[in-house]
Ligand binder design. Structure first.
Ligand code: SAM
Length: 280
């Protein structure tokens, strides 16, 4: 499967270096690629979006299995190289653009897409929220992330890593942590471990969310000051009275801290905030 150029040679031939800003750490351990492909459960009917194909190590493996691979690469130099490498692969489409600016519904032709990526760590958080927004077009996401970010996403209530990102993503998606990857598997070697997560959009959210914008506002406000009691942190968006009333109606003690609330409790709280806001 070794179709791709050695990244170190590629950059040395160009007398240049991988970009830190673009999170360029290329997979050099092909067993990691096999494991990502296995977790993705690809079939010949699948359509895939790969974010940040780099020099195509993962892209070649995806193109062997899937019907269609749309690879979105921001770096022009890499995108130019990739369009030459894949010129005889009719199932691979290259988009030289920032994945944060791509309109995913334009790539969707009626068949839900699988997103598979060794994400650029520099933009993994905004990309996750972009994918959350695009979830109606996606059947699953298999993403390699910085371990610390992966832990925050998959965290359960009560722990230090449980925060707004855990709540917002887990409300709308099933998330499983698949396997860890050591820095040795990449060139250049990143400073931290990585993890591969699988995210599957839920048909109905884990808790009733009638207003997604309000849900996000309340969750973010609740976690805005982790050491504060929730009754106080909600005062960044609500009056003292509304904060206390909505918590009371939702059956949540105002002295609790946001990291102890379950997703269902956030759902109940936002429903009460919404009810109070719409009352004359
Ligand atoms: N997929 C390759 C691999 O696993 O070897 C490269 C992965 S590397 C961690 C991340 C890739 O994402 C780089 O090729 C980088 O240029 C690209 N990238 C960074 N920011 C991007 C963005 N906003 N949109 C699209 N691609 C981006």
């Amino acid at each position: 499967m070794k179709n791709t150029v050695n990244p170190k040679e590629f950059f040395s031939n160009l007398s240049s270096h991988p970009s830190k800003q673009l999170g360029q750490n290329f997979i050099k351990d092909y067993r990691v690629i096999d494991r990502i492909v296995n977790v993705s459960e690809l079939s010949s009917d699948d359509e895939v979006i790969e974010i940040g194909p780099g020099l195509g190590a993962l892209t070649f493996a995806l193109a062997e299995k899937a019907r269609r691979v749309v690879a979105i690469e921001k770096d022009k130099k890499l995108a130019d190289y990739l369009s030459q490498s894949f010129h005889d692969h009719s199932n691979v489409e290259l988009i030289n653009q920032d994945a944060l600016k791509v309109d995913y519904n334009k790539i969707y032709y009626g068949h839900k897409l699988k997103v598979i990526a060794n994400l650029p760590y520099s933009v993994s958080t905004p990309l996750l929220f972009k994918l959350l927004e695009a979830r109606e077009y996606l059947s699953s996401m298999v993403l390699m992330l910085q371990l610390e970010v992966g832990e925050r996403i998959a965290a359960s209530p009560g722990g230090k890593t449980y925060g707004s990102m855990s709540v917002l993503l887990q409300t709308f998606m099933d998330i499983t942590s698949e396997f860890r990857v050591s820095p040795e598997s990449f060139w250049p070697k990143p400073k931290v471990d990585s993890v591969v997560l699988k995210l599957i959009p839920l048909k109905t959210p884990r808790t009733k969310v009638s207003d997604e914008v309000l849900y996000e506002r309340v969750v973010r406000a609740a976690f805005s000051s982790r050491r504060k009691m929730i009754g106080n942190s909600l005062q960044s968006i609500l009056s003292k009275e509304s904060a206390a009333k909505s918590l009371e109606l939702a059956g949540i003690n105002k002295k609790r801290r946001a990291e102890t609330l379950t997703i269902e409790e956030f759902g109940a709280l936002v429903a009460k905030v919404s009810m109070l806001e719409t009352q004359p």
